[in-house]
Ligand binder design. Structure first.
Ligand code: NAD
Ligand code: 0WE
Length: 265
């Protein structure tokens, strides 16, 4: 379903790993709406996957970036500055923690993993915006991805929940700082999706099943569901929206307690 919402707009997609990534759903939606895209990836291992995906969407700007490395981010934006000059939107679809601490108890979180998780999953969005704002004009926008585990305890999400809570707060402060220059900053809180970042998580299948059973739409969301909502927030359709956290979770977050579907009498 093509549209013209992003014609003439250039955007950077950060966090594409493969065609299951949330970043892929967002990239497809933006390309389908006419956007010109650049991609960043982490580590050589991903380059051979990300390159062909980018080419599928007509992009040949595929650049390395480790958001834990300041010079890596400087280099990424220097290349984009030289190639494009200006940037209309940026998508930050990056989060990471030691998976050994995404099981068991939050109270057992190590200082080292806490710091690393906050650096990669939270501070990196602020660091990216420091560089992106220099290339952005009024009407530009930024989007990051969060999860309901920031708001309510979700078993074993642990330090990632604390990180996402910080990320959601940072979206509001970034929105205030950058709103003066007409730059909007928002988050999408996506329901659980089977991506690389979800693999290796114990009982993820159970989490997906639970969400399917307990969400108002009685289904899990897809990267395409997230892509369509991202297109709204990144395009002029979202011109009056900033500092927002849009739940794309089949409505799961609104349910406190559900009636047990009454058996047929
Ligand atoms: N999958 C879900 O259930 C779900 C739900 C809500 C929110 N999210 C969030 O969505 C975002 C995208 O995750 P995904 O589920 O698409 O998984 P994914 O594994 O496809 O994407 C995560 C990306 O983060 C990148 N990354 C990790 N450390 C990095 C670093 N130091 N520098 C640069 N990139 C780095 C990885 O390379 C990968 O491309 C994450 O922020 C995640 O927390 C995921
Ligand atoms: C949902 C859900 C997710 C998906 N999600 C919302 C996420 O934000 C992914 C978080 C994540 C961050 N770092 C890593 C991993 C996942 C696994 C692989 C790895 O090495 N590190 O992760 C969970 C972990 C525990 C419980 C639920 C979930």
């Amino acid at each position: 379903m093509s549209n013209q919402l992003m014609v003439g707009k250039r955007g950077l997609i950060m966090g594409l790993a493969n065609d299951k990534s949330i970043a892929w759903g967002i990239a497809k939606a933006c390309a389908d709406a006419g956007a010109e895209l650049a991609f960043s990836y982490q580590g050589d291992a991903l380059k051979k996957r990300v390159g062909p995906l980018a080419a599928q969407l007509g992009s040949d700007i595929v650049l390395p970036c480790d958001v834990g490395d300041e010079s890596s981010m400087d280099e990424l934006f220097a290349v984009l500055k030289e190639k494009w000059g200006e940037l209309d939107f940026v998508v930050h679809a990056i989060g990471f923690s030691d998976k050994g601490e995404l099981r068991g108890r939050y109270v057992d979180t190590s200082r080292g993993n806490f710091a690393m998780t906050m650096d990669i999953s939270v501070y990196s969005f602020t660091a990216i915006m420091q560089r992106a704002e220099k290339m952005m004009k009024p009407g530009s926008s930024a989007l990051t991805l969060t999860y309901y585990g920031a708001e309510q305890v979700m078993p074993h999400y642990n330090v990632m929940g604390v990180a996402k809570a910080a990320l959601e707060a940072s979206v509001k402060y970034l929105a205030e700082d950058l709103g003066k220059d007409g730059i909007r900053v928002n988050a999408i809180s996506a329901g659980p999706i089977k991506t690389l970042a979800a693999s290796g998580i114990g009982d993820f299948r159970y989490i997906m099943k639970w969400n399917e059973y307990n969400s108002p739409l009685r289904r899990n969301v897809t990267t395409d569901d997230v892509g369509k909502s991202a297109l709204y927030l990144l395009s002029d359709l979202g011109s009056g929206v900033t500092g927002e956290n849009l739940h794309v979770d089949a409505g799961y977050h609104v349910v406190g307690m559900k009636a047990v579907d009454a058996p047929d009498i």
